[in-house]
Design a protein around this ligand. Structure first.
Ligand code: 5GP
Ligand code: MG
Ligand code: MG
Length: 179
């Protein structure tokens, strides 16, 4: 039985503030943010607004697995990155679990010759091999983010997710349309 943790939107904002404070303390102002698709996109946008910058790039990477299960290695699907030469880069994701995703993404980013790469995730699992430079809390549960809950409940219909009946009703209509 997987244990779940459901951060509220308010919890998410607290992690963002906490991490941004640490970055301010370090005098670290990135020139660019690389958001890991898709979980890193909303945190990246929140950081960009706090840092007063708009320069967000994206890397699409997939780790094929179900909740609580892990397989081999993540696969880079697409790299929407340019102009990082000699720049300070912050790589952002929602959570680091094994650390494989952050490692693969920082390897790709380093090919663009940045001056500095730092990593930030809202949460990190206590067993992660790669501890991000910045993170909010350590959580040893499966985290259900506000932006990820339908994805979690699709593969785990018993997961504690509000309004899942509405989700399934609509999801099933579109699944039938797809045929
Ligand atoms: P890692 O490569 O560090 O094992 O896993 C990182 C990726 O797996 C994240 O980008 C995220 O999409 C997904 N992931 C890992 N742990 C969790 C979790 O507890 N909750 C959710 N929603 N996604 C997770
Ligand atoms: Mg995900
Ligand atoms: Mg992800």
């Amino acid at each position: 039985m997987v244990e779940f943790y459901n951060p509220t939107w308010d919890d998410i904002e607290e992690q963002i503030f906490r991490i941004a404070k640490e970055m301010a303390k370090d005098n670290f102002l990135p020139d660019a943010i690389v958001a890991i698709l898709t979980g890193g996109v909303i945190p990246a946008k929140l950081f960009a607004d706090i840092l007063n910058m708009k320069n967000i790039k994206y890397i699409d990477i997939k780790f094929y697995r179900d909740v609580g299960k892990t397989e081999s290695k993540p696969v880079i699907k697409a790299v929407y990155v340019n102009d990082l030469d000699n720049k300070k880069v912050l790589v952002v994701d929602d959570v680091s679990d094994t650390g494989e995703t952050l490692e693969a993404v920082t390897n790709v980013v380093s090919m663009f010759s940045p001056k500095v790469i730092r990593t930030a995730t809202l949460y990190v699992k206590p067993w992660s091999r790669k501890i991000p430079d910045y993170y909010g809390d350590k959580v040893g549960k499966w985290i259900i983010f506000p932006w990820d809950k339908w994805d979690v409940v699709r593969t785990n219909p018993d997961a504690p997710v509000a309004k899942k009946e509405k989700y399934f009703e609509l999801h099933n209509i579109f699944s039938r349309m797809r045929g």
